[in-house]
Design a protein around this ligand. Structure first.
Ligand SMILES: Nc1ncnc2c1ncn2[C@@H]1O[C@H](COP(=O)(O)OP(=O)(O)OP(=O)(O)O)[C@@H](O)[C@H]1O
Length: 296
């Protein structure tokens, strides 16, 4: 897999405040990489440095294996904050202006408008757009020069549930077209639903990074019930059991690393016991996130 972004020791001080501290990260091609962290954790500052609008105090990073240059940055589209669109111009005209500023051909406008589902409203004035439509137009503008990487900073901020769902679907659609996406968010739910990989930042420090699918790995809990008197003994006999407790009439079995519900099911079956109820529960990202933050 190709490394799109490699960050080493990236640091930013604002006077006495260290906003980003010795950040090391890698983003691979095709990932939807979430930067997750509470407000003030350094996400925007990091993205600003990656886009060349904030000067790092220390450290370095490469895009596509090369130190950042103006030409390289053209391969990266970013929606960092609300871009300046003219309220009395249409979506179409605004994109034409943006294309001119970015020195890219206007041929892509129809395509990006179609992608963000604004073709039907392209001739309406920007000021008549909903917040969700404005955000979609900003994404369309970032895609004008066909970047290979798209950076989104808090893309669903301020949107209603419908707008959030639309941006989420759009992000997935853009990722499916082969682009790498880096998305900063303070919303666990957003990262869990959209991202393939993520990093957690706290007060400028990286405190966790890995695949979203791995969250809660090795910490599966299985809710189980079977019509036998010695079920608790059997569950404790199972080598994958870390602990058990009883809740709502079921046994909750927390499994050791690398053991899964199906292993427990097979163990019970081999003992001649058929479970009447067996449900595997993964630790939610929220629980994991809160644990990660409290550990540090
Ligand atoms: N230009 C600046 N001057 C001084 N301090 C700054 C500046 N920009 C950011 N900071 C501080 O750096 C820290 C990190 O801010 P940053 O905006 O990067 O965090 P964030 O994770 O993106 O949070 P948010 O989602 O609230 O924007 C904060 O304490 C913030 O107050």
């Amino acid at each position: 897999m190709k490394t799109v972004l490699s960050i080493k020791g990236l640091t930013k001080d604002f006077g006495r405040l260290r906003a980003v501290n010795q950040l090391n990260l890698e983003v691979q091609q095709g990932q939807v990489f979430g930067m997750l962290g509470p407000n003030g954790s350094g996400k925007t500052t990091t993205l600003g440095m990656l886009m060349g609008v904030i000067n790092p105090t220390g450290g370095e990073f490469t895009w596509f294996g090369e130190p950042p240059t103006h030409t390289l940055r053209k391969k990266i589209g970013a929606v960092l904050e609300h871009p300046i669109f003219y309220p009395y111009l249409s979506g179409q005209k605004n994109l034409e202006l943006n294309a001119m500023i970015k020195e890219c051909p206007t041929d892509n406008i129809a395509k990006v408008l179609d992608l963000v589902e604004l073709s039907g409203r392209k001739d309406d004035k920007y000021k008549t757009y909903s917040l969700g439509m404005k955000q979609r137009l900003a994404i369309a503008s970032a895609l004008l020069n066909e970047p290979t990487v798209l950076i989104l900073d808090e893309p669903t901020n301020g949107l209603d549930p419908m707008g959030i769902a639309e941006i989420r679907e759009l992000t997935k659609k853009i990722a499916a077209s082969g682009k790498t996406i880096i998305l900063a968010s303070h919303l666990l739910d957003e990262v869990q639903k959209v991202c393939t990989h993520f990093a957690v930042l706290k007060k400028g420090n990286l405190i966790h990074t890995g695949p979203v699918d791995d969250v809660g790995r090795g910490s599966e809990t299985v809710e189980v019930q079977a019509d036998v008197a010695n079920l608790s003994e059997l569950l404790l006999d199972f080598s994958g059991t870390a602990s058990i407790n009883r809740e709502n009439g079921y046994f909750q079995v927390t499994l050791r690393d690398d053991f899964h519900g199906k292993d427990l099911n097979r163990f019970l079956f081999d003992k001649g016991v058929v479970a009447s109820h067996l449900v595997t529960k993964k630790k939610s990202l929220e629980k994991m996130f809160l644990e990660i933050l409290s550990e540090h």
